[in-house]
Ligand binder design. Structure first.
Ligand SMILES: [Zn+2]
Length: 351
């Protein structure tokens, strides 16, 4: 008796000692069912005004720098219904030991009908320097917190034009997509049904490993960011509308987002016009339009905003709407927002 009482007392004391800590450590799960009503209402309100609403599937931001109210106002002006917001961890955060950022929670709390939470961006340095540890916390928190979408993981990434201009060559990232970390991510997506985004430069030598992974994980949902954004044409002789058509028709879990520059956008590394969907006169190339019109549910509108370019939302939306205007209106409506809704919530939304 005395022994049982002693043990019981110890257990009670332990519970008491641990409870406040564990309560603080466990964040509330996103209430996706309630949030969805707000997201749907905002989509419908924008459509009711005669504007094609946009869901941006791929943007990240610096939670310490953004003015959320100002940014939400710009979204209102541009007819952007939702931005899938993925927080970035910069060098300072990484140096202080951070591998996860909860910032999307603040954005969603402040403007619940504007933002869809996406998990921490897989970028330099947190992902590229410590990929295993990054995934350890990332995959756990995505499940615990109920994120509907994972952020963008840079497997092969050349410095973006602004990074190139700033001489940030450390943003040149190469992590094999068919290596240990790629397998872990694809397997996670296949098991959970959650989609994730990849930044994966379009080059001949990179296509076979991606095809291998898509074949190995047919249930994984992969968003290949930046349709037809080829930084160096000399390194890409295979990719084009015919190649991507075959890839999409072979692998039902593959999606592509439409974040790319305008017709005159030049990649400083090669000095080439890297957004290859455009004709030289600025129209959408008919072969790309035909592919998208045949498979509109596989293409997702995206703005690719980042911490260093949040103020470009107006220009980015103009480029996106110019591109959408080059598609038949039914396909444009699907790519603008309906395909993202279907991918995220497995539901066809009526606007
Ligand atoms: Zn990217």
């Amino acid at each position: 008796m005395r022994r049982r009482a002693f043990l019981g007392g110890t257990a009670a004391a332990l519970t008491f000692a641990l409870a406040p800590h564990s309560l603080r450590a466990a964040p509330a799960r996103f209430d996706i069912a309630t949030l969805r009503k707000g997201w749907q209402g905002r989509l419908r309100a924008i459509a009711a005004k005669g504007t094609l609403p946009i869901i941006d599937i791929e943007s990240c931001y610096n939670p310490g720098k953004i003015n959320l109210a100002e940014f939400a106002g710009r979204m209102d002006e541009a007819g952007v219904a939702q931005v899938c917001m993925s927080p970035q961890i910069g060098k300072g955060g990484f140096d202080s030991g951070k591998l996860w950022n909860d910032g999307a929670r603040d954005a969603v709390a402040a403007f619940p009908s504007h933002f869809i939470p996406a998990s921490t961006a897989g970028i330099w340095p947190a992902w590229s320097e410590k990929p295993k540890e990054f995934l350890d916390i990332h995959l756990r928190r995505v499940v615990e917190d109920g994120y509907p979408l994972l952020g963008e993981f840079e497997f092969r990434h050349y410095p973006s034009p602004p990074e190139w201009q700033r001489g940030e060559m450390f943003r040149d990232i190469a992590i094999p997509i068919d290596g240990e970390h790629g397998h872990r991510l694809f397997a996670f997506s296949a098991e959970t049904g959650l989609s994730f985004q990849i930044h994966y430069e379009i080059e001949d030598g990179l296509l076979a490993p991606l095809e291998k992974m898509l074949a190995a994980y047919p249930r994984a949902k992969v968003i290949w960011c930046h349709l037809a954004q080829v930084r160096y044409q000399g390194r890409s002789t295979v990719y084009g509308p015919a190649y991507l058509r075959k890839l999409l028709e072979t692998h039902p879990g593959l999606y592509v987002d439409t974040a790319f520059g305008g017709p005159k956008s030049v990649y400083p590394g090669s000095r080439e016009n890297h957004a290859r969907v455009w004709e030289s006169d600025g129209r959408v190339r008919p072969d790309w339009a035909a592919l998208i019109e045949d498979h509109p549910w596989r293409f997702l509108a995206a703005l690719d905003l980042g911490g260093d370019r949040m103020d470009e939302i107006g220009d980015k939306v103009k480029t996106l709407r110019r591109f959408l205007a080059g598609l038949k209106s039914e396909a444009a409506g699907t790519v603008a927002c309906r395909s993202a809704w279907k991918l995220l919530f497995d539901e066809q939304i009526a606007l």
